[in-house]
Design a protein around this ligand. Sequence first.
Ligand SMILES: [Fe+2]
Length: 321
Amino acid sequence: MDLSPLPQADPAGTDVLPLIASLRLLGRRLLATWRRQQCEPSAFSPLATAMLSEAMPALVAPPEQWVRALAAEARLARQSLTSRFGEPPVTVVARGNLRIEVYFWLSPATALHDHVFSGAFGVAHGSSLQERYAFASDDPNHQPVRLGTLRRTAAELLSAGEVREIAGPDRCLHRVAHLEVPTVSVCVRTRHDVGAPAQYTYFVPGLAAQTDEHFSPEARRRIELVRMLMHTQGQAAEATAGSLVAAAPDLEAFYMLWRLFEAGVGVDRLFALLPDRPWALPLLPAFFERLQEIAAWTDPAGRRTLAEQRVAELTAASCYT
Ligand SMILES: [Fe+2]
């Protein structure tokens, strides 16, 4: 591994180039080292973790400095404009299967999710609570919507400069709550791991659904049309929405209902739309939990206390199990 010193951030914050230069240098060194290992998939995340950890002292900077640095770039790497991960996400390096991205976070609580990529992430500004989960399911075939059981296995507070690996057989099933607004994180990752199944979003107590990133434009419009229709009252609207949900494939039906729930459609009206699928009834408590989780983090003044409670709860529970 090339361990010659990386450039350090300008402490005065007046020189905005080192941040981007540091990420590009990290990308070049990581690719060169990984290629010497024949781009062995299992070698990537330990390598990304070690090299991002080495680079982090140069990457800890306030959001304003990150924004100045990114905005000064005449040409950035190709951006993923459909990604809903980050507010916004900005891709700085896109070479082969390597991606280096900077994420800004305004909403504190990310969804519980796994990954179709491997690598590492680091906190560049602010702090975050990472909670790891395990999902057990009798469904071995990775259906688009899966029933199972979720169990929280770890919780830790991450400060600026800290790095964690994204890897493992559970594909790093976690959720991250960002305590400062905005929090900034840096992710060094593969674009997509060969053979990885689809990415899932998880809902406590035990529901998993593939993410909605790969819907066709037609499916997206159908979801939006159902949502529009349910903003109106009346049996005709509900009958039409119900027939669309009933006719939709599992994942599309799931997101029709989730978008309605997010939009505040009442449980009684939503209940009338539930299709005859095994996951339909467990869906409502799962949706409630997700909204409660979002609401729990809305008060900025209480976030650190809540994060510390989450860590303490797990530590206390582990003493008795
Ligand atoms: Fe993640």
